[in-house]
Design a protein around this ligand. Structure first.
Ligand code: DQA
Length: 146
């Protein structure tokens, strides 16, 4: 059976393509969703794609992933740097977790250098633009094969 990967996106990523394009580029979240679906198909995987501006909704999506997904790719956006609740939810998920950031957070303000999610993530991809999502799915495919 085809394995499903949840691709979760945090606050303000609905504005991708319009929001600070000098940092995040001109591709939209719809473009990222298509990239993820196409990449997953090439890898023999399926994706379920979500974005929310609300911390609790992201926590609930992670809970749903416990029954429905083999792995999670997550760009928690600003919640990366603040959310113990998202870390706790990810700690209750058993499969691979890959953290993605479109920008290189380590080149930016110091408050972006700390990630709660990195305490759980099996890998972190930052600064590769939206290609980071495709790289994350490629890594997920390898981890699910092992
Ligand atoms: C981000 C980086 C975060 O610091 C920021 O709050 C975001 C997006 C990224 O994809 O580069 O909203 O996660």
């Amino acid at each position: 059976m085809t394995k499903t990967v949840y691709v979760l996106n945090g606050p303000n990523l609905n504005l991708l393509g319009k929001r600070q394009p000098e940092i995040y580029g001109y591709e939209t979240l719809a473009d990222v969703e298509t990239l993820c679906a196409d990449t997953a198909e090439d890898l023999g995987l399926a994706t379920t794609f979500h974005q929310s501006n609300h911390e609790g909704e992201i926590v609930e999506a992670i809970h749903a992933a416990r029954d429905e997904a083999a792995a999670i790719v997550i760009n928690p956006a600003a919640y990366t740097h603040t959310s113990v609740a998202i870390l706790d939810a990810l700690n209750a998920f058993e499969g691979p977790v890959i953290e993605v950031h479109i920008s290189n957070v380590h080149k930016r303000e110091s408050f972006r250098h700390h990630s709660y999610v990195s305490l759980r993530a099996d890998a972190v991809i930052a600064g590769c633009g939206t290609q980071g999502y495709a790289l994350a799915l490629t890594r997920v495919a390898t981890l699910l094969e092992d």
